[in-house]
Design a protein around this ligand. Structure first.
Ligand code: FUL
Length: 502
């Protein structure tokens, strides 16, 4: 037993329970380890895996970045766009929500905005003017119990106002408010990092560059959107979640949800243990082979490749926003839908990710293990059984100052195991900074697992492929009578809200 635990235990009979329970922190709740997330950032993190839908003018021009001079009539869907099909297709992949691009750099708005005539109002064909994408997307998401939000490009290559104050006051902030009005329950608003450049700019053309940190009036933007949609995380330039630093679908094996400054890629991928504000990572990646928008003849990445991405993002304390572009008919093509379904089966069968219609989740061996630990926080509420009770609000912890601990899971007969999932209760900050994992087949000799992997951070969620590989993670597995997790160091007393073993 740790010295402090022992002293505390010895003192208890002397002090007496009644007196202790009169103390302000009578249940001995651990002090937060700052910085801590806002409630909206915790809810956002719980979304874990969601889709990106790049759809708009570029879908019809074949471009990735429209110049802003495109005739509105070019946007001409071949059928009524069907966001409900987008939502149900990604739900089948185990996703919990999506972000629809409703204005890209070309400035064309997929809703009848009051701020510009460059919108669906003046678009072509039977369906263009009728399909209010944010509205249809919000309604479909609500219907299917999926989280939703919108991508709105701050850079606007169409607007004559871009680069002037009037763009921010009369166009951009108003557009963000209009979008917020499509649903007070939206979870994220996405702003790309583009900082201006050349464009049409109302016909004047030329180059317009701005300083994104100052120009977009971010504090005001945040306040105005949060007044309408209080749980909407303002991504990127909004300062409430960070870009992970690449578009390839991976986060650092070490990944802190805090940052200090955002200039270096290592800080983006790994965060900063000394960061002073909560700024968790989101990884944006493409599910298809070509660009962000739909392109003729493009192929879909395999479900196995996407599973690997999931391990390297959601499994490393980041979220994954996976781009699935709708085509000119306003639907996700069949090959996308099929691969998404396969991905859902992998996530369900290997990691027990809930997917509607699938009812054979991976078996969670943490539920049948006998779990022991060498240190439990005084207070009666921090037992190790909390990590396997399926309740995200209960957690295990050690006493203050005890920064290490050993947790041992034992099974009556050996189980074949492949993945370990760990979660910290992040409302009290991200704490664990070093741990190791070992297993024993016979119950007495120990072998370290994944020694080449950085077993440093945990955060909201860490998924460890026990063979140390994200590429061929589903191998033969390990026949284990025992699994031992040793927390070696932590920023403050370590806490864990959940453990799963698959
Ligand atoms: C970037 C944009 O420039 C790309 O076109 C795409 O939308 C990507 C997700 O964000 O900043």
């Amino acid at each position: 037993m740790k010295i402090k635990t022992l002293l505390f235990g010895l003192m208890m009979p002397m002090v007496g329970f009644a007196q202790v329970y009169d103390l302000p922190n009578s249940d001995n709740t651990p002090a937060p380890c700052h910085p801590v997330p806002h409630k909206r950032q915790i809810l956002w993190n719980e979304t874990e895996f969601y889709a990106f839908f790049h759809y708009g003018m570029n879908t019809f021009t074949g471009k990735e970045w429209g110049f802003g001079d495109e005739d509105e009539k070019i946007y001409n869907p071949k059928a009524m766009p069907n966001p409900e099909q987008w939502v149900t297709s990604v739900k089948a992949a185990g996703m919990r929500g999506g972000i629809a691009v409703v204005k890209h750099h070309d400035g064309f708005c997929l809703w009848p905005t009051a701020t510009t005539s460059h919108s669906i109002k003046n678009s072509g064909g039977e369906y263009g003017p009728k399909a209010n994408i944010p509205q249809l997307f919000a309604e479909a998401s609500q219907k299917h119990n999926m989280k939703y939000g919108f991508y709105i490009s701050p850079w606007d290559r169409n607007s004559a106002h871009y680069g002037k104050d009037t763009y921010v006051t009369e166009v951009f902030l108003k557009q963000c408010e209009e979008l917020a009005e499509y649903g007070e329950d939206q979870f994220e608003m996405w702003f790309d990092g583009a900082r201006g450049g050349d464009g049409y700019y109302g016909g004047e053309g030329g180059n317009r560059n701005i300083d994104a940190e100052i120009y977009y009036d971010i504090p005001n933007l945040r306040a105005r959107v949060h007044r309408i949609a209080p749980n909407c995380v303002m991504w990127g330039v909004g300062g409430e979640a960070r870009w992970i630093g690449n578009e390839s679908g991976y986060a650092g094996e070490t990944d802190w949800a805090m940052t200090d400054y955002m200039s270096e890629s290592v800080v983006r991928e790994e965060g900063d243990i000394n960061g002073w504000f909560w700024n968790p990572g989101e990884s944006d990646a493409k599910a298809t082979s070509a660009g962000w928008f739909w392109h003729q003849g493009e192929s879909m990445k395999s479900a196995e490749r996407l599973f690997q991405m999931y391990l390297e993002t959601v499994g490393r304390n980041a979220t994954l926003i996976l781009n699935c572009p709708p085509d000119q008919y306003g639907v996700l093509p069949a090959n996308t839908v099929n691969e998404l379904k396969k991905l859902g089966q992998l996530l369900h069968g290997r990691l027990a990710v809930p997917v509607e219609g699938l009812d054979a989740p991976a078996v969670d061996y943490a539920k049948t293990a006998q779990i022991e630990v060498d240190d439990t926080r005084f207070g009666g509420r921090y037992e190790i059984s909390n990590v396997a009770d399926g309740d995200k609000d209960t957690y295990w912890g050690t006493n203050d100052g005890d920064l290490d601990a050993t947790i041992t899971l034992t099974w009556d007969t050996p189980q074949v195991i492949r993945y370990l999932v760990m979660q910290e209760p992040i409302k009290l900050g991200q704490r664990i900074k070093d741990f190791k994992i070992e297993y024993s087949e016979d119950g007495s000799t120990w072998t370290e697992l994944c020694p080449n992997m950085q077993t440093t951070t945990v955060g909201y969620k860490r998924i460890i492929p026990l063979n140390g590989k994200t590429t061929e993670s589903y191998g033969n597995g390990y026949s284990a009578k025992k699994l031992r997790i040793t927390i070696l160091d932590s920023r403050a007393c370590p806490l864990l809200s959940n453990l799963n073993v698959f």
